[in-house]
Design a protein around this ligand. Structure first.
Ligand SMILES: Cc1cc2nc3c(=O)[nH]c(=O)nc-3n(C[C@H](O)[C@H](O)[C@H](O)COP(=O)(O)O)c2cc1C
Length: 368
């Protein structure tokens, strides 16, 4: 399959893993790259020196191109992007911020830049800022999903943009890939599907719960980390969703050492950042830290009562926990099947038209 995305990134299949923070570690990136897709490392709020080490690990394990995702609003993100640029990572994927400076620096070594967007406005400005591609995440998506569904966002962006679009949100199988291509995308990025694999580092309890969950078992709210965000419906996030677990300044202060640890930030640095940024930003950071802490619980202990795990509506399309290599192989095979089915529909239509023409009848009566 050749698309603008396979050409742009020099990969075999137009398939990416989402650069999920604290999930898309080197093992996942290497597996996606070796299976012919574009592996994207999730820098999240990881400490910069760890990010540098991980980039070098990926490079040592594969000679295929790979990417790094950095949500610019998170602590450590700016430093992490600078490290990725110093290390000349082939593809930089930014979100939650402005990326023109990244484009400028990446150009100096031939690096490519993708912006993750969830609205028309963000996509248009990413193109204006020089991004080579956008990852467009529809309402169905895990994490910071917007209001507009993938089915509408992707074709609208295809009308508006000159750069290629990678569809995200709701894609978990070959039919999703073919659907996305039909809508005008040139590739897909999968989060939930890639999370629920052997290489996805969330605890088995959450993997099992996710596999048992149908498409309606996610929660979407801005109460989790201050931005509209979609997670798996489990008791921890459900309490926040229902307003039963609010943050207050006293609890924030009492938890501040734990929060610094969670953000992997020196306490004094976090404290001075907080003073500089003011109360609104502080509150946002605390909410973010609470979610990260719950995410660590989900990953390390599998505590279904108190942990949380990002998941999109596509969780209802995932029924097993295979390896990443199997996922990619399967998605490609299913896509071929879908193309075949569609070609079959077209053929039937052509046969019906020919029959109608020969008999001088209308196409509907010939088809009948
Ligand atoms: C566990 C998890 C963590 C995520 N973390 C990030 C992240 O750090 N940065 C980011 O841009 N998107 C993140 N996302 C969102 C994905 O990039 C993507 O938009 C989404 O997963 C697509 O929808 P899907 O899950 O239906 O494939 C995350 C998604 C999941 C499931």
């Amino acid at each position: 399959m050749k698309t603008a995305i396979t050409e742009l990134f020099d990969i075999q299949h137009p398939i990416l893993n989402a650069g999920m923070g604290r999930i898309a570690y080197p093992e996942m990136v290497i597996a996606v790259c070796n299976a012919g897709g574009l592996g994207v490392y999730g820098a999240g709020s990881n400490p910069p020196e760890r990010v540098r080490e991980d980039i070098r690990r990926i490079r040592a394990a594969t000679d295929r191109p790979f990417g790094i995702n950095a949500p610019l609003a998170l602590p450590n993100a700016m430093e992490n992007v600078k490290i990725a640029l110093e290390e000349e990572v082939p593809v930089i994927n930014y979100s939650m911020g402005r990326g023109d400076w990244i484009v400028k620096r990446a150009r100096t070594y031939g690096g490519k830049v993708m912006a993750s967007v969830n609205s028309v406005k963000l996509a248009v400005s990413a193109q204006k800022h020089g991004a080579d591609a956008v990852i467009a995440a529809g309402h169905e998506a895990a994490g910071h999903a917007g209001d507009i569904t993938t089915f509408v966002l992707v074709p609208r962006l295809a009308e508006l943009l000159d750069i290629p679009i990678i569809a995200a949100g709701g894609v978990a199988n070959g039919a999703g890939l073919v659907g996305a291509l039909a809508l005008g995308a040139e590739g897909v990025s999968m989060g939930t599907r890639m999370l629920l694999t052997n290489e996805g580092v969330v605890h088995d309890n959450f993997k099992q719960r996710a596999v048992e969950s149908d498409v309606d078992r996610t929660l979407y709210s801005n109460k989790f980390d201050g931005h509209m965000c979609r997670v798996l419906n489990t008791p921890g996030p459900e309490r926040i969703y229902n307003g039963k677990q609010s943050l207050n300044p006293v609890s924030i202060f009492l938890q501040s050492f734990g929060i610094a640890r969670e953000l992997e930030q020196p306490y004094l640095k976090m404290f001075s950042d907080v003073l500089r940024k003011g109360p609104k930003e502080t509150f946002a950071m605390m909410r973010m830290a609470r979610m990260l802490k719950m995410g660590t619980l989900a990953r390390d202990t599998g505590d279904l009562e108190h942990g949380q795990c990002g998941a999109g509506m596509s969780v209802g399309l995932v029924h097993d926990i295979p390896s990443i290599a199997e996922v990619i192989e399967r998605v490609v095979a299913e896509a071929e099947e879908s193309f075949g089915r569609l070609a079959g529909l077209m053929e039937r239509d052509v046969v019906a038209r020919e029959a109608a023409a020969a008999a001088g009848r209308s196409i509907s009566s010939a088809a009948a």
